[in-house]
Structures are given as structure tokens and as C-alpha cells.
Write a protein that binds this ligand. Structure first.
Ligand code: ASP
Length: 347
């Protein structure tokens, strides 16, 4: 992992398309006129493992919706991932509260926010989509619904996450740091407490957003997170908000977001990216335009935070753009199942 990371850092920004072993891989999309399907893309390096699970479904001709649900289950149950699902860092009161949403090719969508005690919030979101007349359930109501539908109540706060929270409590400073995980990993350090600097926890990132195009040519997406570490109780970010953290339009494409959710919500980021693709923007250009919207609205703020958008269109072309250096995404298709691409960045 360490050497892969270093290899990525030396590659040309944005143009880099490498397998996890550092080998050159496909460019960001199919040849002209061809549809590259099936394909799945997801946020951050940890998207590689998630994509592999999604690929199991897609490579057998399965539905994109089933693929993205299976894919994001991987980080949701990973005890070493402190930003998604089980072992996610808690809110400032010590409670692990999860946000997730899912959307299919028919425009159906489901979402849960501030859900506690359930390892796979994405599957609860899918049940909301399929079994209720609603799109979104939150807090106690979401938990009640999950339990009624056979999900098991579990403790999601691991000793490692609890330790990080107690350490944070000493200063109780809520201050997201740009690419905090990179800084700790590379030993540069930061003046703020770094909750991700934990023994055995070499690499952690943020939300997993995953979008896929299946063999039948249909798109779906999923987005799941424990949100900002040590957030205010009740805080909900962009990730479970359809249009902000995730959007799918089967005529055009799909997009997802990661980073400081408040700013993504302000521009309805993922919907914006999809609408731009509808107007003819490539996935990367659409993501860039959405990032520029954030920069334009809050230039001072934009300098201090990280946001990344990731998009996939109906042809299987993909692209990303982010505010700060450090955002990556993972790709799996017929030619590769472990490619990591470094997103171009504004600053
Ligand atoms: N977007 C997530 C949120 O604001 C966090 C992240 O992706 O870093 O909750």
C-alpha cells in the first residue's frame, strides 16, 4: 500500500491511470463510438476492494444496482476503515451515526441518515427504496425500520475508534483538515489532532461513492459514510442526500461526491455534474465545473477543504475532479479490476 501510494504521487496529475501494482492501465474511457460496459468506478483507493465485489456481480451480467450494493458492503464492514460503516469515527457524543443512499436506473431511490447500530446502512436505504413510499428515513425511525426488516442491532464503535474519539475530546476541536490521512501517512503531521493516526490504521479515506454501468446498459449508484469524524450530533452531510452525494440519470450518467458535505449540498453537486453531462460535458469536465461552482461561491472556504466529484456516463467514460491534490478513484472493467486514477485538482 505504501509503495503504491508513493508511485501514484510521482505520476502526472490527472493523466495517471495505473493498476494497483503501478502498471499503466486504460485511459479514462472507451474508444470512440464504443460503450465500455460493464464498468464500476468508486471513490478513493479503498474503492479497489469494493469494485472487486461489485465486479463479481457485473461480470456475470448482473444488475448495476446489485453490484453497487455488494460493492460498498466491503468498506461498510471493514474494521480498518474509520470513515464508512462499522468502526466509523463517532460523532462528538461518541455515537456512530451512518448516512447512505442508493439510486437505480429507473429513478428509484432510498436513503437513511443518522442511522445507528446497523453495519450496512446501504441495504437499509435499498429497503426504504423498495418497501416504502418514501425516499428517506432518519435516526430512530430509520433504526426501527431496519430492525423490522431483519437487520441486526450491533455496536459499531470499535475500541480503536473510541480511543480516537477520547483523544479528540481533549481538545474537542471540530476542524476537518485537508487530506488529513495523507499528512499523517507521510509523516508531515499537522498542528491539529489527527484522528486517523492510529496504530495499524495506515490508510483511511472518506465516503465511498460508487457508480456502475451494467451489461444491459443501465446505471445505478450507492454512497455510504459515517460522515465527518466527531461531527455535531444530528449533523448530516451530502452523502445520503439524493442530488448532492449521489445522482443517477439513466439517459445520461451518474455522479457521486466525497469531501466536506456542506459545500456539496450548497451546489447540489452530483445532480449538477449529471446535468452538465446532459449538456455535453465529458465526465471530467462536468466534475471540474461543479468544483468551480464551489470555488466561485466560497473562494476562501474552498482553499481549506477537500471535495472530489466522480462521474460515469452512458458510454462507460469516467472522470473526476477535486479541490485539492490527493483524491483518487478506482476503476474496474473488462480490462482491469484494480486501477487507481488520480483526480485532477484545482489548487
Ligand atoms: N461527504 C461526507 C460528509 O460530508 C464526508 C466525506 O466524504 O469526507 O459527510
Amino acid at each position: 500500500m505504501n509503495s503504491r501510494r508513493n508511485f501514484l504521487k510521482t505520476a502526472a496529475i490527472g493523466a495517471a491511470a495505473l493498476t494497483a501494482d503501478g502498471l499503466p492501465a486504460m485511459a479514462a474511457g472507451p474508444k470512440k463510438g464504443k460503450v465500455n460496459k460493464p464498468i464500476v468506478v468508486s471513490t478513493w483507493d479503498f474503492g479497489v476492494a469494493a469494485n472487486k465485489a461489485a465486479w463479481q456481480v457485473l461480470s456475470k451480467g448482473g444488475r448495476a444496482l446489485d453490484a453497487v450494493e455488494a460493492g460498498v458492503h466491503v468498506p461498510e464492514s471493514d474494521p480498518d476503515n474509520h470513515t464508512v460503516g462499522y468502526s466509523g469515527f463517532p460523532d462528538r457524543d461518541g455515537r456512530v451515526t451512518l448516512d447512505a443512499c442508493i439510486m437505480d436506473e429507473l429513478g428509484n431511490c432510498g436513503s437513511v441518515a443518522a442511522l445507528e447500530h446497523i453495519v450496512h446502512p446501504i441495504s437499509v436505504a435499498r429497503k426504504v427504496m423498495e418497501k416504502t413510499p418514501h425516499v428517506m428515513l432518519v435516526g430512530e425511525g430509520a433504526l426501527q425500520f431496519a430492525l423490522e426488516n431483519g437487520f441486526r442491532k450491533e455496536n459499531l464503535l470499535t475500541p480503536e475508534s473510541e480511543k480516537a474519539w477520547k483523544e479528540w475530546l481533549k481538545k474537542a476541536e471540530y476542524k476537518p483538515v485537508i487530506n488529513i490521512e495523507n499528512q499523517s501517512f507521510e509523516g508531515k503531521g499537522t498542528s491539529a489532532f489527527n484522528p486517523l493516526r492510529l496504530p495499524g490504521n495506515a490508510w483511511n479515506h472518506d465516503t465511498i461513492g460508487m457508480v456502475a454501468l451494467d451489461e444491459a446498459g443501465n446505471l445505478s449508484g450507492a454512497c455510504t459514510t459515517s460522515g465527518m469524524a466527531f461531527k455535531m450530533r444530528g449533523r448530516v452531510g451530502d452523502s445520503p442526500i439524493i442530488g448532492a452525494g449521489l445522482y443517477v440519470d439513466n439517459e445520461v450518467g451518474a455522479a457521486t461526491a466525497t469531501g466536506v458535505g456542506e459545500e456539496v449540498i450548497r451546489v447540489v453537486g452530483s445532480f449538477l455534474v449529471v446535468e452538465l453531462m446532459r449538456q455535453g460535458y465529458s465526465p471530467e469536465a462536468a466534475c471540474k465545473e461543479a468544483v468551480m461552482r464551489i470555488v466561485k461561491k466560497k473562494p476562501a472556504k474552498a482553499k481549506e477543504i477537500q471535495i472530489g466529484f466522480l462521474a460515469l456516463n452512458k458510454k462507460g467514460e469516467h472522470g473526476a475532479f477535486c479541490l485539492q491534490q490527493g483524491f483518487t478513484y478506482a476503476v474496474a472493467d473488462k480490462s482491469t479490476q484494480d486501477t487507481i486514477i488520480k483526480g485532477k485538482h484545482y489548487f
